[in-house]
Design a binder for this molecule. Sequence first.
Ligand code: 3PG
Length: 330
Amino acid sequence: MGYSYILPVTHIKGKTIELTTLLDTMKILVATEKPFAKVAVDGIRSVVEAAGFELALLEKYTEKKQLLDAVSDADALIIRSDKVDAEVLDAARQLKIVVRAGAGYDNIDLDAATRHNVVAMNTPGQNSNAVAELALGLMVYAVRNFYNGASGTELKGKTLGIHAFGNVGRNVARIAQGFGMKVIAFDAYCPDSAMLDANVEPVHSAEDLYEKANIVSLHIPATEETKKSINRHLISLMPKGAILVNTARKEVINEDDLLQLMAERTDLKYLTDIMPAAHEQFVDKFADRYFSTPKKMGAQTAEANINAGIAAAKQIVDFFKTGNTRFRVN
Ligand code: 3PG
């Protein structure tokens, strides 16, 4: 049966864009190089079909061409870390909205999306517990010497420095407190009161955080400001036996600095959920002090997939039905 309704107008960069359209149906494409759990896809399908829309699925694609073909008739797109650049947006001639099912949206070219009159959103908070649990898992793995049989140490009583106190950072704080850690945090954009409410001690510079923490857990987004910002200057401030845990983005690390420092300081450990560009060098030089997951695993739980995937589907349906642009990032 045909389906028609009037979309509201939207405003992008001060320009009013008519979204009034007559539509038979809307095609929502889920394009995930790293697929959601099946139960999450089933949930997304239910939301999409209950709204009278059609779901298309492109999973585990290996070539960009597959994505370019799949987006050509999609009205909406749900992605994870999949790259949506100007070429993808050029190919997506019907596209009105792209939702990153997750927190970080550095994989979307926001300016290009705006130029193409495509609304970009994320689903903040939906996968943050999963990422936080993985961060604590990496910490346990580090203090127990990568489970190599040698006597390790405990997290209890250690100071954890949380770099950025957003949704993931707050969950890391909560779980770390269960381990009996002292938790401190630095976030230039977060008021002290939010940290104090969570029994976390605010510190007021990155330097202070790195100086005081036995373990630093990174939760900063990849932006022009943060790229390569975790550098020799900061990491060298960390005390003896320090551990750096990265479940954020590889781009925030200055890899050359870290490689040099780890060569100079045999006490330093680096554990990451985002494989560095220089992964092979880290493995060759520091096999007993370096660990990377083979593929980003932080948000890879059924619960996080369900939360983020269904939130994305609901945001798309709501956008088409009511024009709601809450969570818009461009
Ligand atoms: C995020 O930004 O939400 C996390 O990094 C998870 O990314 P993923 O969906 O690609 O696993």
